[in-house]
Design a protein around this ligand. Structure first.
Ligand SMILES: NC(=O)C1=CN([C@@H]2O[C@H](COP(=O)(O)OP(=O)(O)OC[C@H]3O[C@@H](n4cnc5c(N)ncnc54)[C@H](OP(=O)(O)O)[C@@H]3O)[C@@H](O)[C@H]2O)C=CC1
Ligand SMILES: O=C(CO)COP(=O)(O)O
Length: 326
C-alpha cells in the first residue's frame, strides 16, 4: 500500500485547523476545506484562521479551499465537523473520493436518532471508503501550538491505522494505533457528557472531593458502557478513554466543562460547540436499552433538558441506594 502524502481536512473549525497544521508539519500536503467561501478567502490571504484558531500561522504545506472535491481527492480525509453534521458531509464526500480512500472521524459524539457511532455513519454514507477514528486528549490550541500531545488512531484494518499514524505523527504529536474502533469512539463520546458533570460540580462550588468522586464514578459508567458495546479494557483506560476524560474534566479550556460550569453557576452558556450536550440523551437511551446503569450521564441529560435542577440532580445522585463499588 502506498504511503499517505496528501490529507484533506473537511471542516475548518478549531480542531480541523489544528490538524491541518499538524499534518503539514508531519510532511503531508494538507488541503483544508471550509463551507464558507468568505472564510476561505480570508484564510488564504492571512494564512491564519481568525474565526476558529486565531494567532496560529498556517504551515506552508497547508492550502485552503471551498471546493470539497479538492479535499476529497487526497489520499486520506479527516472529517472534522460536529458529530451531528457528519452524515450530511460524508454523503457529499462519497462521490468525490476515490474508492478505498480513508475517511477518518475526528468528531466526538454519537448520532442522535439512529444511535450510530460516527464511523458507522461514514460507512453508511460512503460505503467504498475505509473508515477510521482519531481521538484522545488534545485541545486544538495545544496541538496548534506544537505542545506535546498523544492520541489514538483506530481502524479495523491494522495496516491502515499504522499508515495513518505514520503520515500524521510528528515530533509533537504522537499517535498510537489500534483496531478497537468502537472503544475509541465510545471514550470520545462519553467523556464529553461526563465533563459537563465535572463542570457543574465546579460551577456549583461543590469542592474538589466531589469533583474527584464524580470523575471516578463517571469513568466507572464509561467502562460499563464500553464493555457492553464491545470496547477493549485497554482502550477505555487509555488515551481516548480515561486520558481524554481527565483532560476534559480538568477545567474551562474544555467547552464541555465550561458549559457545565455555567449551568452549575446559573450563568448563561458561551454558545460554543459542546458535543456532550448533543450526546447525553442518545448515550442515556443506549444505556437504558442495554440495561446499563449510567446515573451521572442521566443526571447531565436531566439537567440539560430541564427535567431536574442542578441541586435536584446532585441530591438524587447522593440519595442512590448503597451498593458495592463496581
Ligand atoms: N476543539 C478541540 O480541541 C477538539 C475538537 N474535537 C472534535 O472535533 C469536532 C469539531 O470541533 P471543533 O473544530 O472544535 O468545532 P468548531 O465549532 O471550532 O468548528 C466546527 C466546524 O464545522 C463546520 N460545520 C458545522 N456544521 C457543518 C456542516 N453541516 N457542514 C459543513 N461544515 C460544518 C463549521 O463551519 P462554520 O464555521 O461555517 O459553521 C466549523 O468550521 C467536534 O466533534 C469536537 O468534539 C476533537 C478534539 C479536539
Ligand atoms: O475533545 C477535546 C479534547 O480532547 C476538546 O474538548 P471540548 O470539546 O470540551 O473543548
Amino acid at each position: 500500500m502506498a504511503a499517505i502524502e496528501t490529507v484533506g481536512i473537511v471542516g475548518a473549525g478549531a480542531w480541523g485547523t489544528a490538524l491541518a497544521n499538524a499534518a503539514a508539519r508531519a510532511g503531508c500536503r494538507a488541503v483544508l476545506w471550509a463551507r464558507d467561501g468568505a472564510q476561505v478567502a480570508d484564510m488564504a490571504s492571512r494564512r491564519e484562521n481568525i474565526r476558529a484558531l486565531p494567532g496560529i500561522r498556517f504551515d506552508d504545506r497547508v492550502s485552503v479551499t471551498a471546493r470539497l472535491a479538492d479535499a476529497a481527492a487526497a489520499d486520506a480525509v479527516l472529517l472534522v465537523v460536529p458529530a451531528q453534521a457528519c452524515r450530511e458531509v460524508a454523503r457529499e464526500i462519497a462521490p468525490l473520493a476515490a474508492p478505498g480512500t480513508a475517511i477518518v472521524s475526528c468528531a466526538k459524539g454519537i448520532e442522535r436518532g439512529t444511535r450510530h457511532f460516527i464511523t458507522e455513519v461514514i460507512a453508511a454514507e460512503a460505503p467504498d471508503a475505509a473508515t477510521a477514528v482519531l481521538s484522545g486528549p488534545s485541545f486544538a490550541s495545544d496541538v496548534a501550538a506544537g505542545l506535546p500531545t498523544a492520541v489514538t488512531l483506530a481502524a479495523h484494518e491494522a495496516g491502515l491505522a499504522e499508515r495513518l499514524c505514520d503520515a500524521l505523527g510528528g515530533p509533537a504529536l504522537r499517535l498510537y494505533f489500534s483496531t478497537d474502533v468502537r472503544g475509541v469512539e465510545i471514550g470520545g463520546a462519553a467523556k464529553n457528557v461526563l465533563a459537563i458533570a465535572a463542570g457543574i460540580v465546579e460551577g456549583r462550588r461543590l469542592g474538589a472531593s466531589a469533583k474527584a468522586a464524580l470523575i471516578a464514578r463517571g469513568f466507572a459508567e464509561l467502562v460499563r458502557f464500553g464493555r457492553a458495546f464491545g470496547a477493549k479494557a485497554e482502550t477505555l483506560t487509555g488515551l481516548s478513554g480515561l486520558g481524554d476524560l481527565i483532560l476534559t474534566s480538568s477545567g474551562p479550556q474544555s467547552r464541555n466543562f465550561a458549559l457545565g460550569q455555567a449551568l452549575g453557576a446559573g450563568a448563561a452558556p458561551q454558545g460554543k460547540l459542546a458535543e456532550g450536550a448533543f450526546t447525553a440523551r442518545v448515550l442515556v437511551e443506549m444505556a437504558a436499552s442495554s440495561g446499563i446503569d449510567m446515573p451521572v450521564s442521566a443526571a447531565v441529560d436531566a439537567v440539560l433538558s430541564g427535567r431536574l435542577t442542578v441541586d435536584g440532580a446532585i441530591d438524587a445522585l447522593m440519595a442512590r441506594p448503597q451498593k458495592a463499588e463496581a
